[in-house]
Design a protein around this ligand. Structure first.
Ligand code: AMP
Ligand code: GLY
Length: 425
């Protein structure tokens, strides 16, 4: 796989491309459309194709003799990009449309989990507002309301009482808050515990777990405020002991992989289980994603020493062999620097300064919503950068990352200053 195409423009895709080009087997990584960070890396080139233009991506992959394509964002996977590339004889790593329903439809995921005995919150699904409201009359709170389809991380409401729950149901089913994605909803039991992200490379029956990680989804310090795509993450997650790791594999990952084999649609791609670890130490699935996490990718790949190109290449051709990956034993921690106002309205086009002043080899600034124009880097999205550092322990990794964060500025920059706090206390 001399030539690799990565699709997407976030911090996850910058980290993937950065890791892939480190492979001795890889000469060039194209990123469509990429960001300022990928534009500035040696061996990486941005391609001006929108990441939802599958036909143009196929033409590009053929023209440039791309050996392997890797997809970042879920929407394309749910839309069937893997089926379409494969039908054209192109090698691509990611789940097919059938498998991507695991992320694309909460009701598919819940039914799948039920049929495979995978522990998850009890639930009911609704399309009718009266039936949903009647159901809520008999429930206890908090309760969780989820839009069935993709809603860019905004389709989940944790309702503290009946009125909030009814409001959420009405906004989705009646007012069309998430368009088609919210025309069906899942109402599920609220699970208490601590969240962990567990991501694996899957090729049919072969499962290679990546290092554990933990994300901070809430916008503000102390895990407060609105839900976001993720404000920072670290790896490993100390919560995931060897015993819990084994339990996640046997109770969640293996049944998922087997369930798809039994359905006649073996899974291939990154498989991400978002888990709540209960007080009793039981992992329960909150959601599945059919891709790598963002920002989990950034700290995880900072620690990966194995050849990612080779792994994805083998997996995409159904030749992945069981193996243990090698990891830097240090902790990696990434802090997301966002545009003030995110996840709601925010400004774009602010000039970013200070990135060049960061020279520490243990720190890498991964870009997300950035663009490069005449050597000037400016903001172009809600999550702008993820400053990621290694350290001998989580405290040191945190200190290193915030040294980087403090060197960077733009107008109305926003970030949490407690990423990793749960693992430190
Ligand atoms: P999801 O997009 O399904 O991961 O949901 C977004 C966030 O909502 C998760 O990261 C959790 O913090 C929270 N969440 C989702 N489902 C539940 C649940 N059943 N119980 C408690 N919290 C949940
Ligand atoms: N960081 C959570 C996600 O990628 O969905």
């Amino acid at each position: 796989m001399k030539n690799i195409l990565v699709i997407g423009s976030g911090g996850r895709e910058h980290a993937l491309a950065w890791k892939l080009i480190q492979s001795t087997h890889t000469e060039k990584v194209y990123v469509a459309p990429g960001n300022a960070g990928t534009a500035l890396e040696d061996g990486i080139e941005n391609v001006a194709i929108s990441s939802d233009d599958i036909a143009a991506l196929i033409t590009f992959a053929k023209d440039k003799k791309i050996d392997l394509t890797i997809v970042g964002p879920e929407a394309l996977l749910v839309a069937g990009i893997v089926d379409q590339f494969t039908a054209q004889g192109l090698t691509i790593f990611g789940p097919k449309q059938f498998n991507a329903q695991l992320e694309g439809s909460k009701s598919f995921a819940k039914e799948f989990m039920q049929s495979c005995n995978i522990p998850t919150a009890s639930y009911q699904e609704f399309t009718d507002v009266t039936l949903a409201t009647n159901y809520l009359a008999e429930q206890s709170f908090p309760i969780v309301i989820k839009a069935d389809g993709l809603a860019a991380g905004k389709g989940v409401v944790i309702a503290q009482n009946k009125q909030e729950a009814i409001d959420a149901v009405i906004s989705m089913l009646t007012d069309g808050a998430h368009g088609q994605a919210g025309k069906k909803i899942v109402i599920e039991e609220f699970i208490h515990g601590e969240e962990v992200s567990f991501i694996c490379l899957v090729d049919h029956a072969t499962v290679i777990p990546l290092a554990s990680s933990q994300d901070h989804k809430a916008r503000d310090n102390g895990d407060l405020g609105p839900n976001t795509g993720g404000m920072g993450a670290y790896s490993p997650a100390p919560l995931v002991t060897d015993a819990l790791h084994a339990r996640i594999i046997s109770g969640v990952i293996q049944p998922t992989v087997q369930g798809f084999i039994d359905a006649g649609h073996p899974y291939q791609g990154f498989l991400y289980a978002g888990l709540m670890i209960t007080a009793e130490g039981e992992p329960k699935v909150l959601e599945f994603n059919c891709r790598f996490g963002d920002p989990e990718t950034q700290p995880i790949l900072m620690r990966l020493q194995s050849d990612l190109s080779l792994l994805c290449w083998d997996a995409a051709r159904n030749q992945l062999e069981q193996q243990t990956l090698s990891w830097n034993s240090q902790t990696a921690l990434g802090v997301v620097m966002a545009a003030g106002g995110y996840p709601f309205n925010y400004a774009k086009g602010e000039t970013i300064s200070g990135i060049d002043d960061i020279s520490a080899s243990h720190t890498k600034v991964f870009h997300a919503g950035t663009t490069l124009n005449n050597d000037v880097i400016s903001t172009s999205g809600g999550r702008v950068l993820c400053v990621t550092s290694l350290g001998k322990d989580i405290k040191t990794a945190q200190q290193n990352a915030y040294l980087g964060v403090n060197a960077i500025s733009w107008k109305d920059v926003y970030y949490r200053d407690d990423i990793g706090f749960k693992a430190i206390k």
